[in-house]
Design a protein around this ligand. Structure first.
Ligand code: OAD
Ligand code: ZN
Length: 225
């Protein structure tokens, strides 16, 4: 059975990372959504770097939860028949033991040098304009896909969706494209596990509502018997 799983901020919520649209607050007086754009970065790079520096630092204070662990178990059982696609830029899937995580929106723990176009693992800060380990230029930005930029590895995702028997969407509001369209591209059955139905919920065969830490382990247990 070939499965594509898409995760969003909701799977990390119970680990203590706030989701985007549930946050309900401002960050240094800014809407977090408005910081995640190339325009914001061009206008005020320091502000955008501080936002991502804070989110990168927050990873040290959180742990993967039962939902991340359940998906790692699923990968152990299915191997290459599972494609785990995440919109999340955190590292909680990896820390739970998932080895092949497809980060379509990039990762907090990577920096991209716009000078030499190389990417580097990054665990420190960027607001202080550190030099690129490759070329020495102070041109490092978060390796995050912002609004208006092209998500990573979409060819692999499209291919897997066209061949899948089951597509499962977990903890995403379904308002950001192209991920919101995956349910339409999926050849197989579709299932949503979410606290509340996503924007595309009517396109899912079944929507199970509740917290990810309860729904995801239950679904994986059911599937693996
Ligand atoms: P959102 O913040 O838009 O949506 C979070 C979803 O998680 C909502 O549908 C909630 O109902 C659900 N949720 C909250 N707590 C949950 C829990 N404990 N268990 C299960 N579900 C829960 O986050 P995303 O859909 O991931 O992109 O956002 C998509 C993209 O928008 C992000 O990747 C980010 C953002 O802009 C970029 O930064 C490029
Ligand atoms: Zn460089």
């Amino acid at each position: 059975m070939r499965i594509v799983v898409l995760t969003g901020a909701g799977i990390s919520a119970e680990s203590g990372l706030t989701t985007f649209r549930d946050a309900g607050g401002l960050w240094e007086g800014h809407d977090p959504m408005q910081v995640a754009t190339p325009e914001a970065y061009a206008d005020d790079p320091g502000l955008v770097q501080r936002f991502y520096d804070a989110r990168r630092a927050a990873l040290a204070r959180v742990e993967p939860n039962a939902a991340h662990h359940a998906l790692a178990r699923l990968e152990d059982a299915l191997g290459d028949d599972l494609l785990l696609v995440t919109q999340n830029v955190d590292d909680l899937h990896e820390r739970a033991g998932s080895r092949r995580v497809h980060h379509i929106h990039g990762r907090l723990q990577a920096a991209w040098c716009t000078g030499c176009d190389e990417r580097h693992e990054w665990h420190g800060t960027l607001a202080d304009e550190p030099p690129c380990p490759g070329c020495g230029a102070s041109d490092l930005r978060p390796d995050i896909v912002w609004f208006g930029e092209v998500p990573y590895g979409m060819d692999v995702v499209e291919d897997a969706l066209e061949r899948c028997d089951l597509f499962v969407s977990i903890g995403t509001s379904g308002v950001v494209y192209p991920a919101a369209a995956f349910v339409h591209w999926a050849a197989g059955e579709t299932l949503e596990l979410n606290l509340e139905p996503s924007a595309g919920a009517s396109d899912f065969d079944a929507s199970r509502q509740g917290p990810a830490t309860r729904l995801v382990p239950a679904w994986v247990d059911e599937l693996l018997g």
